[in-house]
Design a protein around this ligand. Structure first.
Ligand code: PMP
Length: 354
């Protein structure tokens, strides 16, 4: 730390992204990326856009907003595009939370929420998940605080129904309810249509997972016109050109080729179910996931050891040290071939440690 670092950030512990080691070629199942590359039309759109990189991008992303608005049957002023969905989440914390408007979220959820709260000096409260790692909706009804819920939740993969999200939004009319749908396309039900009914509901989604654009950094929020206007105030006060030309072009092409991406999501969901069955057959407890990852633990091997032994064998998965989940690992669902490698390495490790 330099002697110039501001007092207000000195105690900040930053978010730790999943590791990206370069020492060998890993089967990478640790950051919930898609195993499938973007389709050729998306790559071509980004290439073409690169030819005009001397120009600033459109700060309003009008073509992309229009394309997304048609896809989700909402108005163009009900959408805001951001540099990954992390950016819109941060904007929402900045825009709607402060000393008098604290935020609540589950104790086991996306690790960035407490970081967004801390960097913006927002008081927050963590509500424990039930013993089975599900969210008890009653914990969020009438709490009279802002709320952020990942749905599907991460790293559990478990979901709430749109009815349950509606109950939460309806019972906290004077607070903003943020539903982070980063993983919704892998089999969960979206709350997007409820944004027409509840003016306090903000749904965030991303192109990173289901549309194979983690490297492009493109996310968005859908909500009432007034919520989106506030988020735009934050955007235009920090980084008006937050979406570069190549990413905007890739995003439009991705929506135009939605069948390709949604078919990949179905393949990933199938691979997820097969992998869950195989892990259960090996004695693992696997939480019921509707996302592109599984969260699993075994009585035969401790979570940290399994993570390390897989890494030694060239397979990366994600281990968290948080007490309540330290025996678990989060395993991204990849191609059928990647899942075969994972399962054969796990078998090898279990045999070796038996
Ligand atoms: N929400 C959740 C629950 C996530 O796991 C992630 C990915 N780390 C994000 C949001 C942000 O993803 P991105 O910024 O790539 O859209």
């Amino acid at each position: 730390m330099s002697r110039f670092f501001s007092e207000k950030y000195k105690s900040l512990t930053p978010y730790t992204p999943g590791e990206q080691p370069k020492d060998m070629q890993y089967v990478k199942l640790n950051t919930n990326e898609s195993p499938f590359p973007p389709c050729p039309a998306v790559v071509k759109a980004a290439e073409d856009a690169a030819k005009t990189l001397q120009l600033y991008p459109d700060p309003d992303c009008r073509d992309l907003v229009q394309t997304l608005a048609s896809r989700y049957a909402v108005d163009t002023d009900e959408i805001l595009l951001t540099n990954g969905s992390d950016e819109i989440l941060n904007f929402a914390f900045m825009a709607f939370c402060d000393d008098k408007h604290p935020i609540v979220f589950p104790d086991i959820t996306y690790g960035f929420y407490p970081v967004f709260a801390k960097i913006n000096h927002i008081p927050y409260e963590e509500i424990p998940l039930r013993d089975d790692f599900s969210i008890d909706v009653n914990d969020y009804t009438g709490v009279n605080k802002n709320i952020v819920i990942a749905n599907p939740n991460a790293p559990t993969g478990m979901t709430l129904s749109p009815d349950e999200i509606g109950r939460i939004a309806a019972s906290n009319p004077d607070n903003v309810v943020i539903v982070d749908e980063a993983y919704v396309d892998f089999g969960a039900d979206s709350a997007v249509r409820l944004t027409k009914k509840y003016d306090n509901l903000l749904v965030t989604q991303t192109f990173s997972k289901s549309r194979s654009l983690a490297g492009g950094r493109l996310g968005y929020g859908i909500g009432s016109k007034a919520l989106i206007a506030d988020l735009n105030t934050i955007k235009y006060s920090t980084n008006p050109y937050n979406i570069n030309r190549m990413t905007a072009a890739a995003g439009i092409a991705a929506i135009q080729n939605d069948d390709y991406f949604m078919s990949n999501c179905r393949t990933i969901a199938e691979n997820r179910e097969k992998t869950a069955q195989a892990l259960k057959a090996l004695g693992f407890r696997v939480l019921p996931s509707r996302s592109n990852f599984l969260f699993a633990e075994s009585d035969s091997i401790d979570g940290g050891t399994l993570y390390m032994k897989l890494k030694e064998r060239g397979v990366l998965i994600r281990h968290f040290t948080l007490e309540r989940i330290k025996n678990f690992n989060r395993i991204t669902i990849g191609s059928a071939e990647q899942m075969d490698v994972l399962l054969s390495k796990i078998k090898e490790i279990l045999e070796e440690t038996a």
